[in-house]
Design a protein around this ligand. Structure first.
Ligand code: SF4
Length: 352
């Protein structure tokens, strides 16, 4: 597929002309951190009229990871810890995993959880299981593989999150009044369209599943404007080239085989019922929380960081008094400035 067609300047101009004819205020949440980055990268926020407000949501897995997970992982002694890259710089209450590594902890970055299995053939190994629906199937598959190989040295610390319960929590809290969602592209590859139907039935609010090119995002905004104009909220799929109605059934099957819904702690959002996934009884030997008696809590040291308000859409990153002053990508105070999908990092890079 030639992506240039999704960057065609004439189509961009036509879409912007249509969008600018709408004069009512409209507040749209882009749920996914990759959308926040794409919106900044393409300069879309600056092209929109003032009545259209795009606010970032909780869809950055590193940003919603509570400090206590970092503390628990850096506290494990004599065990090899494997993690995805962004997490290593996220501050915990006692420093980051990177700092723990500089003090001698055995912490490695991997691109695939399967890489950790090689180490588990020799040493006690824990993989830090963070992420949304996009990364969860690969980690669940790794547990199945460890089970098949009868590994006794491997476990996963389950800190998974699922997107729909977080959207439910944001809408139920009534902290902000939203008019629609730009729904995450990658997560929806797994979920499909159907899992978002509660937005319309329970909250009377619509959403568009979007890709990450400028025309994807502008089409999503225009469709949400049309829904609002016609008072017809619905779930539309602008990203049909990748996202199907029912999602990836194989990935869902693997998730359901290994994991089950549990309440989960989100940094800044607290505990959200059934918004996480724990490891099923059949695979408990591979559950690091069970093996080492670890519990994730919402214990956050006061640092002045307002990631929680950013993730709930209550403020935009520039509304944090620390933004670009004491907090910047070289010296991140909170996770939203660390991650390549973090709202504060996106605003620092593109929106100042
Ligand atoms: Fe937290 Fe820094 Fe973002 Fe402020 S600018 S909310 S301190 S990450």
């Amino acid at each position: 597929m030639d992506l240039k067609q999704f960057r065609n300047p004439e189509i961009v101009k036509n879409l912007l002309r249509d969008i600018h004819t709408y004069k009512e205020p409209i507040k749209i949440m882009e749920v996914c951190g990759s959308h926040t980055m794409a919106i900044g990268h393409w300069g879309i926020r600056k092209l929109l009229p003032d009545n259209i407000q795009l606010i970032s949501g909780p869809g950055c897995p590193v940003c919603v990871t509570p400090s206590s997970l970092i503390d628990l992982m850096s506290g494990l002694k004599g065990i090899s810890i494997y993690t995805f890259g962004d997490l290593i710089r996220v501050p915990g209450n006692n420093g980051s995993l990177e700092e723990a590594r500089s003090r001698g902890a055995d912490i490695s970055i991997v691109y695939s959880p399967l890489e950790a299995l090689k180490n588990a053939e020799k040493n006690e190994t824990v993989f830090v299981g963070i992420g949304f629906e996009t990364t969860i199937p690969g980690i669940a598959y790794t547990i199945l593989e460890a089970h098949r190989r009868k590994l006794t040295n491997f476990s996963v610390m389950p800190a998974f999150k699922t997107v729909p319960p977080a959207l439910k929590a944001i809408l139920s809290s009534q902290d902000i009044q939203l008019d629609g969602f730009l729904l995450p592209g990658h997560v929806s590859v797994i979920l499909g369209e159907e899992d978002y139907s509660f937005l319309v039935t329970d909250f009377n609010i619509g959403g568009i599943i979007c890709g990450f090119e400028p025309i994807d995002i502008l089409l999503g905004i225009k469709q949400l404007i049309d829904q609002k104009k016609n008072n017809l909220p619905q779930i539309d799929n602008e990203y049909k080239r990748v996202v199907s109605v029912r999602g990836n059934q194989t990935a869902k099957m693997i998730i359901n085989k290994v994991l089950q819904p549990i309440d989960a702690v989100w940094r800044g959002l607290g505990t959200i019922p059934s918004s996480g996934l724990g490891i099923r009884r059949e695979y408990l030997d591979f559950d690091a929380s069970h093996k080492y008696g670890l519990e994730i809590t919402d214990n956050e040291k006061e640092s002045g960081c307002r990631c929680g308000d950013v993730l709930r859409g209550k403020i935009i990153p520039t509304g944090c008094p620390l933004f670009a002053k004491t907090c910047n990508p070289s010296n991140p105070i909170g996770p939203c400035m660390v991650s390549s999908e973090g709202s504060c990092a996106a605003y620092f890079k593109y929106e100042r």
